[in-house]
Design a protein around this ligand. Sequence first.
Ligand code: DLZ
Length: 162
Amino acid sequence: MSDKKKNLSEYDIHAVPDASDMRFGILVSEWNDEITFELCRGAIDTLKKHGAKDENIEIHYVPGSFELPLGAQYVAQTGKVDSVICIGCVIQGETRHFEFICNAAAVGITNVGLKTDIPVIFGVLTPDTWQQAKDRAGGKHGNKGDEAAITAIKMVHLKRNL
Ligand code: DLZ
């Protein structure tokens, strides 16, 4: 979908399945909310662009990216969604918080998907700087929320069509 040379929001629109009967939960971390709310907006716009209905997109919030896995598990276990998109932004700082939070979020989100058997998407930015985050949240590198939404649609489609 994207690599170093490509914009996070660039993809082949015709290769994306129709999402009109899919239900999504979006879980948004409140840390760095200027970034995460923009990622969430990108995800919503992209889901709707591919047919998802407003009533089938539910948004929930967690305090920080560390809480994304448990929050995702809560949402997945309601049985009301086909996929959960986790949105966060952890910016490299001077403490080791960065590594702990990124590792916990990545491993935790993976495990929730495997445990609940629904696609749980890693829409978490892990940039070195605030500017790098801005560039990937609707800036010059596109919006990682778009990428997360496309991933969710494709994974739901994959599961339904095996
Ligand atoms: C504590 C913390 C720090 C230092 N940095 C971030 C960050 O850049 N991005 C983020 O999403 N969350 C951060 N947090 C908060 C943790 O994710 C978590 O909410 C707290 O450690 C409480 O468990």
